[in-house]
Design a protein around this ligand. Sequence first.
Ligand SMILES: *Cc1c(COP(=O)(O)O)cnc(C)c1O
Length: 437
Amino acid sequence: MRLYSTNNKDKFVSLKEAVMKGLPEDNGLFMPEDIPQLPKEFIQNLTDYSFEEIAYNVCSSLFKGVIPEDILRTICSETVNFPAPIVKLDDNRYVLELFHGPSLAFKDFGARFMARLMGYFNQGNDKELVVLVATSGDTGGAVAAGFYKTPGTKVVILYPSGKVSHLQEKQLTTLGHNITALEVDGTFDDCQALVKKAFLDKELNDSIRLTSANSINIARLIPQSFYYFEAFKQLPKEVREGGEVVFCIPSGNFGNLTAGLLAKKMGLPVHKFIAATNSNDIVPAYLDSGEYKPRPSVRTISNAMDVGNPSNFARMQDLYGFTWNNLKDDVVGFAYNDAETELGMKEILEKYSYIMDPHGAVGYNAVKEYESKLERNPTSIILETAHPSKFLPDVVRVLGQEPHIPKRLAELSDKKKEAHFVGISFDPFKNWLLKHY
Ligand SMILES: *Cc1c(COP(=O)(O)O)cnc(C)c1O
């Protein structure tokens, strides 16, 4: 398997290099040179395969023997050691619950896979690896849990001060051991800019073995395609064999949606992807106009999607030959403000007795709007990206009732926050890194 940069299709790197470096030097994003179609009989017989076996089949066909079979099987089974069930809302709407992992959000899949892949590639190296990650909320908790106590690895998490939920903050700041949290006096985009700059800084890279853990790392992206197959597998037979299946993805950096596009490219029969955003509507606006206009993110109640310049946009473009019309064939986009999101949450509770978090509710609104434009009803799967208890204050305020609070979250409240405050400019952050690693 080889990978190229979205900025240079003629220069290739190995999987190991792509995973350990995270980002190509030319500031593009790594993409697999070849995205193979899975055998038709695999897709037709998905119900014969466990989630672990689906995961193994997807990545072994991409990796083509780069990792020994027994090791790859272990990595896959440890990645998907919790379920991804679909829950039926009504005859044509389903919710794919991606929150059954340790940090209660879908990012656990990517983080667990990446930590294990890096651990494998890092074997035999005596210089410690420093994993940098910027988070708008959920990435940090997932990465912290995924890498916790991984030998030879330190994790540095940058998060925007005051812009993540109380419990999200606890998830990143209470583990200790090899996990350190840096509190940045700015937005998620500022955190992401600091991380990007660190990778381009020669002095830092000469003295520290840096790698990234954002959704920009290809090792985060690939495992997120597993659950599209897993969700499809759970649909009724008649839908799998001739229905019109639509996935709706509440999106911020668009890693999750890009992984779905990958699944389709590998042969999963998806009719359409719905890109659902909050007021940070850069991609829906692009799908409408053909013009990509990034801008500073604004704060919303679905804060894990507060992204003003989605980092995976280059990958989406790359998959469709940088052609607006081609992308528009497969992806439609809708955006909702907070008031609309809250109405969506209320409606889901009233109609279905289901408590959905603000991110998932953005997806629900988008499915409704998409359906309203058609004469028929496709089968929609809305990705519920996090457990509602992760956004407790807003969920309680909007719905007037508390969701069930999983034990692993409840226990966090009593733990003590530990974070270093680093302002917003690059030099203090760089000096902090040089001093500590
Ligand atoms: C990260 C996250 C998103 C956005 O996912 P992207 O892959 O960045 O588009 C949506 N919802 C939740 C709860 C998240 O944590």
